[in-house]
Design a protein around this ligand. Sequence first.
Ligand code: PHE
Length: 371
Amino acid sequence: MKKFLLILTFVFLGCEKESNQIVIGFFGALTGTEATFGVSSKNGITLALEEINLAGGLLGKKVEMKSYDTLGSLDETKLSVERLIKTDHAVAVIGEVASSRSLVAAPIFQKLGVPMVTPSSTNPDITKMGDYIFRVCFIDPFQGEVMAKFASQSLKFKTAAILRDSQSQYSMGLANYFIKTFTALGGTILADEKYISGDIDFQPQLLKMRKKNPDFIFVPGYYSEVAMIARQSRDLGFTGPLMGGDGWDDLKNLTAIAGNSINGSYFSNHYTLENPDPEVQKFITVFEKRFGVKPDSQAALGYDAARIIFDAIRRKNSVDTKKIRDGLAETRNFKGITGTISINQDRDAVKPAVVLQVKNGNFSFVETVGP
Ligand code: PHE
C-alpha cells in the first residue's frame, strides 16, 4: 500500500512538472468604483478560453487563466503582476484596464521579459515602456481628436468646459488631446476644472462652469463619477450635453445613477452592439447566454486580447515568452470583435472608433471614425 502511494505521488509530481497547461494571466479591478472594467474584461477572456479549450486547446495543451483583483490600487497592481510572473509563470498577461495602473505594471513586465497586452488602456505612454508591452485598443490622441472633430464639425459647437480627474493619467491625457484639436478647429475652452476619483460633490466646479455657459462639458472620466457629474450638472441648470471617452462604458451603472440627466450626451468607444457584422452579433449572443449581460467594450476587448495571444502562440508554435512577444508584434489584420487588429511599430492597434449617444437608457450608434 505504502509503495503504491509513493508511486502515485511520483506520477502526480511528474504530471505537475510536464505541465499540460498554458497559463495566461489577468489583472484588473474586480471590485470598487471601476469593478465593471475588470469583471467585463475577465468575462471576455473566459469566453475566449472556453472556446479554445472546447476546440482542443492550444499546441495540444489546455489554456488556463490565473487572475488577480487589483482593487483599483497601484500597490496591489504591482503585487498582482509579480505573482502572475513569479508564482504562476504566466507566459503572457492581459491587463490592466485603467491607464494609471497599466503604467505602473508595464515596467515590471518589460524588466522580466513577459508580454503584457492591455486590452483597453488608451494612454499613449504605456506601450512606450518597452518592446514587451502591447495593446489591442486605439490610443487617446486619436480618441480625443475624434470627439473634438465630432463636437466642432458635426455638432458645430464653439465653446467647451473641461472637467477632468487630476489623478488619472487617462483623464488628464485625453483632456489634453481633446483640447488640442478642439482649439485648432477654432473652439474655445471656457473652463478647465479638476476632481479626484472617489469625489461625490462636483457642484463647486460645475457652478463655475455654468456661469460661463459653454455649449458642452467634456468629461473624460470613468462611469461612476461621470454619472454623478451628469446629475449634478442638470440640477444646477446646465442643459447642454456632456461628452467623453471610453471610460463611460457601463450602461447599467451610468444610467442607474445619472437617470435621464445623461440622455443626449455623447462619448467615443471601441465597439457598438449595433454592428451588423455576423461575427460580432454571434459574439454578443454567445456572451449574453454565458454571462447574462450584453458584452460592453471591455468584454469585447478582453476577448480580442486573449485571441491575439492565442494566435501569436499558434503562429510561433511556442510558449516561450520571447517568441510570443515576436508573434504579437507580427500581428496583422487579425479579425477581432472590436475591429481588425494590426499591431504597428509602437505596439499599438490602429483601429476605428465609434461615437455613441446615450438615448432612452441605451447607447445608440452615431458614427464610425476611421484612424
Ligand atoms: N481607456 C481607459 C483607460 O485607459 C479604460 C477603459 C477602456 C474604460 C474601455 C472603459 C472602457 O484608462
